[in-house]
Design a protein around this ligand. Structure first.
Ligand code: UDP
Ligand code: MG
Length: 240
């Protein structure tokens, strides 16, 4: 396990997306600007996703997986991926491939200088209703967190693993990643336009309620956390 980048792919009931994931990620890895591997995190899928993931990992090098005993949600899947990553950088892409693995290379260009480099979905290919929900959520969250981020939910991100491991995790955290990275000393976020595609297989797991209401409450939790967040610098030590 000696990679620069671990690409985390959260998977919950995505059996119809597994063939495309194998092909697209398999093609991308050798062209990635840094040495990269894929880490599937099966979030307790009830369809055939897990056996398909195991097959993919058995016939391809640089593909790994962990699987949950029960469904725990996207934030938990991302946390597990980050907890298990040993490379200096971690990436994240959704299993529905609404963003292109090839566009990781656009993010890699900035990763030395920014603890988080993330996409902005240009020409977003979602329904008008979903885009409206996203616009409201992004606007309110930006007002509450001052993170200055245009598209928090963009499923194409690369982070410094040490910063990612220090993020306070909670259900819904995945919507606050940039704001949570910014809490840390040296936290900076670079946003880069990336391509976006319609979901062509499987179904979306999020809807109006879990996209708007809980995240609305989380904004207040973030404000509290921002006031209380602990940063420290070690001045001296004799540990070895
Ligand atoms: N996902 C997950 N656990 C869940 C719900 C979703 O790991 O409980 C994964 C899902 O398989 C996908 C990503 O999180 O890779 C984003 O989910 P989805 O595409 O359904 O959300 P949307 O893009 O519609 O907000
Ligand atoms: Mg999606």
């Amino acid at each position: 396990m000696n990679y620069d980048l671990t690409i985390i792919v959260p998977v919950y009931n995505e059996e119809d997306n597994m063939p495309a994931l194998e092909e697209r990620l398999g093609k991308f890895l050798p062209t990635c600007k840094c040495s990269a591997c894929v880490l599937f995190v099966d979030d307790g899928s009830k369809d055939k996703s897990l056996p398909l993931i195991k097959d993919i990992c058995a016939r391809n090098k640089d593909f790994y997986y962990i699987s949950f005993a029960q469904n725990r949600g996207l934030s938990a899947a991302m946390k597990a991926g980050i907890d298990h990553a040993t490379s200096p950088y971690v990436g994240y892409i959704d299993a529905d491939l609404q963003t292109a693995p090839e566009d990781f290379n656009l993010l890699v260009d900035y990763i030395k200088d920014y603890p988080l480099v993330m996409g902005i979905r240009a020409n977003r290919k979602d329904t008008g209703f979903k885009k409206l929900q996203s616009k409201i959520a992004n606007g309110f969250r930006r007002m509450m967190t001052h993170d200055g981020v245009q598209d928090t939910g963009c499923p194409l991100k690369i982070m410094h693993t040490d910063y990612a491991k220090r993020v306070p995790f909670f259900t819904g955290m995945h919507r606050f990643l940039p704001a949570l990275i910014l809490l840390q000393d040296g936290g900076k976020v670079k946003q880069v336009p990336v391509r976006h595609f319609p979901r062509t297989a499987g179904v979306s797991k999020y809807h109006l309620w879990n996209r708007l209401v809980a995240p609305f409450m989380d904004c207040f939790a973030y404000r509290w956390m921002k006031k209380r967040y602990i940063n420290y610098t070690i001045a001296d030590q004799n540990l070895k």
